[in-house]
Design a protein around this ligand. Structure first.
Ligand code: NI
Length: 247
């Protein structure tokens, strides 16, 4: 977009959509950019439906547990928190009524809570693309427990719909099953140090059977996630407009 286009958009009482991903390994057949690709694609689909505009994706994020795999680049939670806070402050200063983050990476959740606390009350809303009930139901019906925790077939499917598929390699076979205790203890990407993580999950998948993914599933997931997140963006914008009118 050009700046006059952004200015025209602002005059209508706008919120900005900000995708936040990661640069980390996603197993033998998943792209390193998976989280950034999924967050950006869902954000763009949702923003189109909601009549909102999307800021450039923030790809660098904390993924220290995956740095034992080539290609993973991690920044500290404090750096992500500062950067997102400053970008959001810039958007608010220019007249956006709020910022809606479309998240693509579990380890971003804690930093995003800190960003929300640092900004004016109610100015930030975050949602992970996989979390709306409609998306959860679809992931469950497509893959059940094989959705797992990392290099999930649903995220791999979305990248396949956009960028084509890689040969499964070592991901052709199912990964080892995770216990309920493991899932509870490691939600939000609370994993151990890099050498330990790679020793525990040698091909990089964490309970996810990536090879179940298809580009057709990815297209469905994008449609369902885009429309669910669009509804959340519209509701957020309506709230921010109401609050702005109240002053
Ligand atoms: Ni991911």
């Amino acid at each position: 977009m050009t700046w006059p286009e952004v200015e025209a958009h602002l005059s209508e009482g706008a919120v900005a959509v900000l995708p936040v991903g990661s640069v980390e390994q996603h197993g033998p057949m998943g792209l390193i950019g998976t989280d950034a690709i999924c967050a950006a694609a869902v954000a763009e689909r949702a923003a189109d439906l909601a009549g909102a505009i999307v800021a450039p994706v923030m790809a660098y994020a904390p993924a220290p547990f995956n740095t034992g795999f080539p290609g993973t680049l991690s920044v500290s939670p404090a750096v992500l928190t500062s950067l997102v806070t400053e970008v959001c402050t810039g958007l608010l200063d220019q007249g956006f009524l709020g910022v809606f983050v479309v998240n693509g990476h579990g380890a971003n959740l804690a930093p995003l809570e800190q960003v929300a606390a640092a900004l004016p009350e109610g100015a930030l809303r975050s949602q992970s693309w996989w979390a709306p009930p409609e998306v959860n139901d679809l992931r469950q019906s497509l893959y059940g427990d094989w959705e797992g925790m990392h290099a999930t077939p649903s995220e791999v499917a979305i990248t396949q719909a956009l960028h084509g598929s890689k040969a499964p390699g070592a991901a052709a076979d199912p990964p080892k099953k995770l216990s309920a205790d493991y899932i509870r203890a490691h939600s939000g990407d609370r994993h151990g140090p890099p050498h330990q993580h790679r020793a525990q999950f040698p091909d990089g998948r964490v309970g996810s059977h990536s090879a179940l993914a298809t580009p057709e599933d990815g297209a469905r997931l994008l449609t369902v996630a885009g429309s669910a997140i669009a509804d959340e963006i519209k509701a957020f914008r309506a709230e921010r407009r109401r609050d702005a009118r109240r002053g």
